[in-house]
Write a protein that binds this ligand. Sequence first.
Ligand code: SF4
Length: 326
Amino acid sequence: MAKKKVILSGMRPTGKLHLGHLVGALENWVALQGEYQNYHLIADYHALTTDQRTENIYKNSIDMLVDWLAAGLDPKQSPMFRQSQIKQHTELHLIFSMLVTTARLERNPTLKEQVRDLEMENVAYGHLGYPVLQAADILLYKGDVVPVGEDQLPHIEITREIARRFNTLYKPVFPEPEGKITKFARLPGLDGKRMSKSVGNTILLSGSQDAITKKMRTAVTDPQKLRKGDKGRPDICLVFAYHNKFNPAEVPEIRAGCESGALGCLDCKMNCAKHIVDALAPNREKRAYYEQHPEEVTDILADGEQRALKVAQQTMSEVHSAMGIG
Ligand code: SF4
């Protein structure tokens, strides 16, 4: 049987996950489970690039793992593990950091965007090197494919360059991974801007029916449609984008109702909230199970870390041999 291609995908444990994570990443990860050998990284060291406080990092890691399991990721097929527990990530990061220039990292458009968005005056050495640690994360498991949003493509390009440089300088050890853009890459936040937990414009996957309904009430809509009877423009309304995703069957009817003015925004939002609650029902059921069996969650993590460690050790042995050290 042909060997499955390898996918490395991960997230920083910065808190409970929201709809944007489900639509932009998790659904895609679940769909790719059978076809590829997946490794799922809890990138706890990466989380330190923007926030160095660590008191919640373990809890956030476990919460995120539960979110992953509730979304349908299968720990038997795909190891799930913390970056900090596989020391080979940091060793490979160190080796890779010799193979890329600071000028190259400073040109990284994703970094420039973050510096602007977070109004950062100074960039930490580790933040500049974020794509180098990411390259180590991917290549430690010889990732062939990395599912990413478009904004992450420049990082994958740096990974490819580092792999090429290592293979040319020493011996061919690493593949040059491809970025795989997710199909439904972005769902807007409830204020119409980018969905982000820190802004509070999200719907949490772990939210109750009440919480989801309350949140949906706050969603901004077409500003020209002030009351029922006013004609609306569904294509500029984020609630309509949510209907597209969670309620596709009623989309033509909603469009017609919005454009004619017959549909009021509150009714439209409440209908949307109901469909989101329904879509998350299987997620809720799995979450309830894992919340009642926390020991199973920690066992899954321990097992994932053991399996990831074996692969990481094998790769580092090849790295040492190629470099003639160790
Ligand atoms: S009726 Fe629905 S789609 Fe139209 S503007 Fe209001 S919330 Fe948006």
